[in-house]
Design a protein around this ligand. Structure first.
Ligand code: MG
Length: 253
């Protein structure tokens, strides 16, 4: 028994990625646990619609879908209206034509004023088409905390709820560091995400447990070093505007 324990401990010490404590803290909470504490509401300041800096790639400037396709590579069926894009429910997810790994992403969004729970303006920003920052109306619209706006869906509720009401524009500023894999597909280091919601820090360099899923937290599966950014069609006419991205591949401290 003692030998077994020792081996187990050595294995843990050699295979568990950095940030073990944060990964472990998730063990307290089941996926979508309704008893997880609701993040405190914080009223954000006025929206600052940050223009793209000179080294950013503008993914959407309000006029066209040149940087986007549907995931089946069809041309985009979502609509452009008054400088924003709007999900056409049922038309499918869209993704960038370019692929990215480490990024800084700015994106503005607004939900419709309809529905409740997970059916109120649900969409999502998927880093590497795989890791979702949830988009949802979370203004007086309770749901399971790891599925509300600015959650890392199924894993981390936001530190606070900085939501604006439906129809008002909101912003995410996201810093994403991709996972790294060994040549044999084993996880070398997990993905990390920082999110500001309407200028308020809501995810502080959290360590993702693996890909986003519904009602489960699957382990990492090795994937390419660069993959598209994906926006989710969850059957509701959610809007996006002013989307730009900075490639951080050659920027690290
Ligand atoms: Mg979603």
């Amino acid at each position: 028994m003692r030998t077994f324990l020792l081996i187990h401990l050595v294995l843990l010490a050699t295979t568990v990625p950095q940030g073990l404590s944060q990964v472990h803290s998730l063990d307290e909470w089941d996926v979508h646990d309704p008893d997880r504490p609701q993040p405190t509401m914080v009223t954000p300041g006025d929206l600052i619609s940050s223009p793209a800096p000179s080294d950013a790639i503008v993914l959407f400037d309000g006029t066209h879908f040149n940087e986007w396709t549907h995931t089946n590579e069809d041309s985009v069926q979502w609509q452009v209206i008054n400088n924003y894009m709007e999900v056409v429910p049922g038309s499918g997810h869209i993704q960038t034509t370019r692929s990215f790994g480490d990024v800084q992403l700015h994106i503005e969004w607004a939900t419709p004023n309809s529905g409740t729970g997970q059916d109120s303006g649900n969409s999502g920003v998927y880093l590497m088409s795989t890791y979702e920052v949830q988009v949802l109306n979370s203004y007086n619209n309770p749901t399971y905390p790891d599925g509300q706006a600015a959650s890392l869906y199924g894993q981390y509720p936001p530190l606070v709820n900085a939501s604006r009401p439906p129809l008002e524009w909101q912003a995410y500023d996201i810093v994403f560091r991709r996972p790294h894999f060994e040549e044999d597909g084993q996880l070398k280091s997990p993905a990390r995400v920082t999110v500001f919601h309407n200028g308020v820090l809501v995810q502080d360099n959290v360590i993702l447990t693996g890909p986003t899923d519904h009602k489960s937290r699957p382990p990492y599966r090795a994937h390419e070093e660069r993959l598209p950014i994906l926006l989710q069609d969850h059957n509701e006419p959610t809007r996006f505007r002013n989307i730009w991205i900075r490639d951080l591949e050659h920027h690290s401290n």
